[in-house]
Write a protein that binds this ligand. Structure first.
Ligand code: FAD
Length: 304
């Protein structure tokens, strides 16, 4: 196998597999590339050369007593698909705010444990898929070689397949299924909350909900003006260190859902959404009763 990636107009990256017992040096590159590409290539000005071993393994558990693992220390996979660093960064993104909640505010320990529940299966999936992709790319079995060529061709030529694989590799469509309750609704609990805009009433500009996030849970209250929401607001104000409240109504300040666009797109005439600090939808209710909201957040917030 030989892969060539254009990096800049003048630089390319070449990768290839070797047998483990091979001792390979920079000076062997020219011959290897010629042999495998069947092209008259001249390699010059090598900026960086390195051998690496493909690993495919993960620890039994991401949390052991007071030790929490993430990144390559927790899971290490083949570089095929380029997901190792991304998975590690997503681990940190998932864990950081939970640790903060637990250590700084006294939120219950199981908040931190959700890191293990949510991230272990993601890492396991990445390991499985990159392992299959690596096996396919490196196979020397004659009967599999035609599939290898067809697979590469289909991937580069068929947009839909390319898009699906890219979505999977980018991990942007990831969800944390334990939090999933209502998969048939448009924005389901456990899914990343989509980039959504609302109007800032002070300057008339539109802003994304993710842009005004400040590390707290974001609670979006859709108020149709027909119910008394004072008990909801009392609760939200009491927990203001952990909760950023955004009211969206026909008259709300400082944010405004112009033309009820957001409410309509979410089928939320009246109700409440809770977005986690890492941007995932934690809770969605189409009514303004306090108890279900309280119950949902009680799991995450320190008891008062
Ligand atoms: C060839 C190749 C290509 C890749 N391409 C991609 C890609 O395109 N996209 C992608 O997402 N990922 C890619 N990866 C994977 C990516 O490089 C790793 O997943 C990522 O670097 C892991 O980051 P990390 O911080 O978890 O671990 P590391 O980068 O290994 O960082 C750990 C650090 O801890 C230090 N350390 C270790 N022990 C100690 C100690 N006792 N005390 C203090 N410090 C210590 C180490 O020196 C190191 O600096 C690739 C990997 C390879 C090998």
């Amino acid at each position: 196998m030989l892969e060539v990636f254009p990096l800049t107009d003048e630089t390319i990256r070449i990768t290839g597999n070797l047998r483990t017992d091979e001792s390979f040096q920079e000076s062997d590159l020219q011959e290897l590339v010629e042999q495998r590409s069947h092209m008259p290539v001249h390699i010059r000005d090598v900026e960086w050369f390195s051998l690496f071993r493909v690993h495919n393994r993960m620890v039994d558990t991401f949390i052991h007593n007071r030790i929490i693992l993430m990144g390559d220390a927790a899971h290490i996979n083949s570089p095929v698909g380029g997901q190792g660093m991304n998975t590690g960064i997503a681990d940190a993104f998932n864990l950081g705010w939970k640790l903060w909640l637990h250590l700084k505010t006294g939120a219950p320990h199981h908040v931190v444990s959700t890191y293990r529940d949510e991230r272990e299966h993601v890492a396991r999936n990445v390991l499985q898929t990159t392992n299959i992709a690596t096996e396919m790319l490196q196979t020397t079995l004659p009967m599999l070689l035609p599939f290898q060529a067809i697979g590469a061709d289909v991937f580069t030529r068929v947009n839909l397949i390319n898009q699906k694989i890219t979505e999977r590799i980018s991990q942007l469509h990831l969800s944390y299924p334990n939090a999933l309750r209502l998969p048939f609704r448009r924005v389901a609990e456990g899914k990343i909350f989509p980039e959504t805009e609302i109007l800032r009433t002070d300057d008339g500009f539109r802003t994304k909900i993710s842009e005004i996030a400040d590390g707290r849970f974001q609670v979006l209250v859709f108020d149709d003006g027909k119910r008394d929401l004072s008990s909801i607001y009392d609760y939200l104000n009491e927990n203001q260190p952990f909760i950023q409240t955004i009211t969206l109504s026909k008259t709300s300040r400082p944010f405004f859902d112009q033309g009820n666009e957001l409410a309509k797109s979410l089928f939320m005439k009246r109700g409440i959404l809770v977005i986690r600090p890492d941007g995932y939808l934690l809770h969605k209710q189409h009514h303004v009763r306090l108890k279900p909201l309280q119950d949902k957040l009680a799991v995450w917030l320190p008891s008062s």
